[in-house]
Structure formats: structure tokens, C-alpha cells
Design a protein around this ligand. Structure first.
Ligand code: ARG
Length: 303
């Protein structure tokens, strides 16, 4: 059955019913000029003190990695936007916006950030995205939505997985589905360690996903198993100590080459990615993990 453009808790469709989606084209990074930990917004931030010089070096390694991926054709474009003074979390640029193609037009949804200290980030991104020619979509709902942290595209398909419970509200996904002309499957997040969907859910292809089961409700786990043939369960300790599910997977245009950028560790996720045919590129994001994020949240994928 062809899905409707609404939020589902229990999908009544399968992969075959979904429209195809082309690979996303560009990666946006935001410089960490003013990165710091000030107010505590998640459990990882408690008591964190940032070494700003080290943070700068780690971010530079992230940038060099993406420059290299660009040269090798594993991403199609790379934008770098300057971080703004007073916005210490702006380096986590996957949260304030969400990019999607609607009727052939490249659009960007503006997020409704939970914490006041992050709300001004959205305006900077709006100006930047307008200049790049994106159509801006504003949400009318009064609830929360934290962009690419909670809205994860299903690989190659017009389907979005929407996490809710900490930083995004379930009811916002009906409006998002309608405006993006794409069904959304909602997943409730139940653990404070996995406060954004990108900390605990990484789909690789139509059949395969890596998750941390403790992050989800019983109902959510059932839906994940319904939609994916292979579900890799990664232990909680592994995921929370290394942000191992916050990797970024990239592909060349023809799909013959794939790579994953991930925090350096001994995680089982690294072995799984290798087994699944990924070139694994390990980098150090330790200073950013103290703020509750790693590779996936330090970039936004844009169409
Ligand atoms: N300190 C940031 C916050 O709490 C980290 C955001 C990480 N982003 C993510 N998509 N997981 O908002």
C-alpha cells in the first residue's frame, strides 16, 4: 500500500511501496570558533571542561577528512560556514536545519530547538541556506524539532525515521511529513544517553540497521525489526562510551565505493562496518563527545 504523507507509529507499508530517493549531494560543516560547554543540555555535558585548542585540532581533522572524501567523489560538495559568537553548540550543525528535496526543489526545514542557548543558530543557517538557493520551510506547530539529529533518512528511499521524546515532539512529524511529501515512521527515545536518534540508530541500506536497543520502547523495536531484515544490536556501554552509532556513511555516485567516518575506538561497530564493505576512517572527536556529539552531528547533509 502506498504510504500517506503523515507520521506513522506502526507502518502498514513495506520498502517496495516507497519512492526512490537520489543520494544526498553536499555536506555542511560549521567552524568550532566559539565551541564550549556552558549550560548542561544532556548527560554527557555534566562536568565537562573543553580543551579549546584540542577541539580546534580535532575539528580540523574532521574538515580534512571531508575535503579528502570530496576529492575522491565520496561526497558531491562541501560547504563550510563560520560559527557565530555566543553560539557554543553551533558546530553541531545537523540540528538546526533539515534538508530534503520536495517536487525537485531543494528545501531546508528550520528547526525548533529545545534550549534557548541554541535557538539563535537557526537564523544563521536560514541566511546561509537562502544564499545557497534552498527554499526555506517554516514549521507552524508549536512543538520541538531538532533537525537531522532526530530525523534520519531511510537509505535511498523517500522515508524519514523520526525520533521523539527528548528534543523533538511526536506531533511535529505530521506537519513535516506533509510539507516534505514523505512518510515518517516515529520512534520514541526512552534513555537519557540516547537523546537524539542519531546517537542510537544508523541504517546502512534497505535491509540493514545498527541500533542500541536500550534507546527504544518495545513498540519502536518491533517496528525496526518489521522494516529491516538485519538488525545489529550494539551494547549500550559501547555506544555511550564511544558514540559508535554516530558515524557518517558516504558513497560515491555509482555506489561502488563506500566509507564511514567514525570516532576512533575499539567498538564492535567498526568490525561490522568493515564486514559490510565499508572503508572505515577513524578520527578523534573526544572534545565534542564531552558535549554529547560526534561525527554525525558535526555535519549536515544537504541536497
Ligand atoms: N551539546 C549539543 C546539544 O546538547 C550536542 C548536540 C549533538 N547533536 C546530535 N545530533 N546528537 O544540543
Amino acid at each position: 500500500m502506498k504510504p500517506e504523507f503523515r507520521a506513522y507509529d506502526q507502518p502498514d507499508f513495506t520498502h517496495q511501496d516507497l519512492d526512490d530517493r537520489g543520494p544526498q549531494q553536499n555536506v555542511l560543516l560549521t567552524t568550532p570558533d566559539f565551541f564550549d560547554v556552558i549550560d548542561v543540555k544532556n548527560v554527557y555535558m555534566e562536568g565537562s571542561v573543553i580543551d579549546r585548542k584540542l577541539a580546534r585540532r580535532q575539528w580540523q581533522q574532521l574538515r580534512d577528512t571531508y575535503e579528502e572524501l570530496y576529492k575522491r567523489g565520496l561526497i558531491r560538495g562541501l560547504f563550510v560556514e563560520p560559527g557565530a559568537e555566543g553560539l557554543e553548540d553551533m558546530v553541531f550543525c545537523c540540528n538546526p536545519i533539515y534538508s530534503w528535496v520536495v517536487d525537485g526543489v531543494r528545501c531546508v526545514v528550520l528547526s525548533h530547538m529545545r534550549y534557548p542557548s541554541r535557538q539563535r543558530e537557526v537564523e544563521y543557517h536560514r541566511v546561509f541556506c537562502e544564499r545557497q538557493g534552498f527554499k526555506i520551510i517554516e514549521l507552524e506547530g508549536s512543538g520541538l524539532f531538532e533537525g537531522g539529529g532526530d530525523a534520519i533518512p531511510h537509505p535511498y528511499k523517500r522515508l524519514i525515521w523520526g525520533g521523539y521524546g527528548h528534543r523533538s515532539d511526536r506531533f511535529m512529524y505530521d506537519e513535516i511529513a506533509l510539507k516534505l511529501k514523505t512518510p515518517v515512521i516515529c520512534l520514541e527515545l526512552v534513555s537519557p544517553y540516547f537523546y537524539h536518534l542519531d546517537t542510537c540508530f544508523s541504517p546502512l541500506d534497505d535491509d540493514t540497521v545498527l541500533i542500541c536497543p536500550e534507546a527504544f520502547s518495545e513498540a519502536g523495536l518491533n517496528v525496526i525489526h518489521q522494516m529491516f531484515k538485519t538488525v545489529y544490536n550494539i551494547p549500550k556501554e559501547d555506544v555511550k562510551s564511544t558514540f559508535s552509532l554516530n558515524f557518517d556513511a558516504v558513497f560515491n555516485e555509482s555506489g561502488t565505493e563506500k566509507a564511514a567516518v567514525i570516532q576512533k575506538s575499539e567498538s564492535v561497530v567498526i568490525d561490522i562496518l568493515k564486514k559490510e564493505g565499508y572503508e572505515v576512517i577513524q578520527i578523534e572527536t573526544g572534545e565534542y563527545m564531552k558535549s554529547g556529539g560526534s561525527v554525525f552531528c558535526m555535519k549536515t547533509v544537504m541536497d
